[in-house]
Ligand binder design. Sequence first.
Ligand code: SF4
Length: 429
Amino acid sequence: MDLLDTLTDKGLRRELPTREEALAVLATTDDDLLDVVAAAGRVRRQWFGRRVKLNYLVNLKSGLCPEDCSYCSQRLGSKAEILKYTWLKPDQAAEAAAAGVAGGAKRVCLVASGRGPTDRDIDRVADTIAAIKGADEQVEVCACLGLLSDNQAERLKAAGADAYNHNLNTSESTYGDITTTHTYADRVDTVTKAHGAGLSACSGLIAGMGESDEDLVDVVFALRELDPDSVPVNFLIPFEGTPLAEEWNLTPQRCLRILAMVRFVCPDIEVRIAGGREVHLRSMQPLGLHIANSIFLGDYLTSEGQAGQADLDMIKDAGFEVEGAEQTTLPRHRAAATGGGCGSVCGGESAEAGCGSGSGCGGHEEPTACGPCGGHAPEQAPDDAAPAVSAAAEASQVSQVSQVSDDEARTDLVRVRRRGAGTELAPNA
Ligand code: SF4
């Protein structure tokens, strides 16, 4: 297929495809699907070998957000029966992070709901970073706290954060349909601030919110322009109790095409399969590994992922390997650009020639990480209140119910997280 040959050649040269080529990937048929995966896979292997970077989410503060991101179970007015708690203490967060690291994660993503952090919140996160790095200095830490004010990125960098996540989520032209309490420009500004402070920028998207192919291409080209080190691709989990609860628009095939388009546009950037992996890719998850070089281990912010051991088994069975702490994620040319910190490489130009380095979190969106969070949720609980959920809550775990189509809507796969951070139950890692 001429299109795929062209895209592969461009990806191997780190050349930007045209918008028409990116749109054509999304328009390919199921007959061409394996060829699309194979072509994107060649680009993936050129820059990242067969390594899979594991990231682990720690939800520092859950729910009760004053923002109105339609996709998010933590939004203002959300009826989703998620865990709600205020800030974890540093030792609680470090304990949660340690479970992910023990499971194979090399990056911990510290996420807090809200519009953006206060200066006191930055202090709390700094203490948490110190606790995590005090236990294991090799752990990469990405913060995802919402919209940043002046100097907050610099303070996080000084505290030892390696990266900052803030997703663009969708195209500029449709952003106002998804969220009204902040703007697309606000998000771009925060990613720019993170970049400017020397943090490895992580910024991605959410697919499946009713957007057009043009919207998807717009946001991915906008991300490429921002030049993050990592791009998390979330697939909307239509949470019961949110405005997008009926938006079951994705198929495994569609998800693979979206991942391939992102890989062709961002050939040497860490592409992470984020929230919605299990719900939408389902048994096709291993094919996703041929395109993306990064996933989250275990659970998401407010929903369950598959068992951490199932993630590890899948990686091994598919012929990939978990990226170690001693390996860098990004190819050498990108690592050099980031100063060799989080996300650099030590080996050859391509990942296959040497190592790679990596970085990049997921952001604040519920599917995986949070959206524009960070900030000012009306604080209902005292700062030092220890979040806790009884074991009895586990028994009442909620399955979402919004079946739209027997063929496509797998509402049975959406399960609210009631273990790990903020509970008394062991995490899934
Ligand atoms: S994505 Fe972040 S800012 Fe938006 S509602 Fe959810 S927690 Fe709040």
